[in-house]
Unconditional design. Sequence first.
Length: 180
Amino acid sequence: MNDKIINNTDKTNLQLLLDKAIELREEGRAKQDQDILKEARTLLLEMVATYPDHAEVNYQTGIVHDNSGYSKEAIPYYVRALELGLTKQDLQRCLLGLGSTYRALGYYPEAIETLRRGVTEFPEHRGLQIFYSMALYNSKNYKQAMEIALTNLMETTSDENLQYFKRGISYYAQHLDETW
């Protein structure tokens, strides 16, 4: 069902249901409680059956599957959400969720493609960068993976011992294969 033909009452009810499902998912995730996650998953599956063309419903259904340990089943929901279009914040998180799921399942080319899109569109997002680095590592792109990881480390650490060597580590991050 297209969002444009959902009337205001439906939108309000949909948002209330979506808020409830997100609340349950977050609670289940925080407590690592599979019963709560199952309740959230059931609610979201009912919602996606009713609103198959609603981007956020698809996105949240992907997340709840990931949170519940059904990562492979999460993929089509993430992909559909991306096709339908998401807000900037949801897009960042969806690309991260899909990319990290691909990586965890060993779908490295798909992970790299998804996470590369994420770091291209959101270069300031450290989570996307680190998961991209891990996917590169898994694809044996060790140099690029280490460069990204070391750069992020040096840009975010307050550790005095690392800060003392910041100039050297930052240089070496881009010249790992060189010797003098």
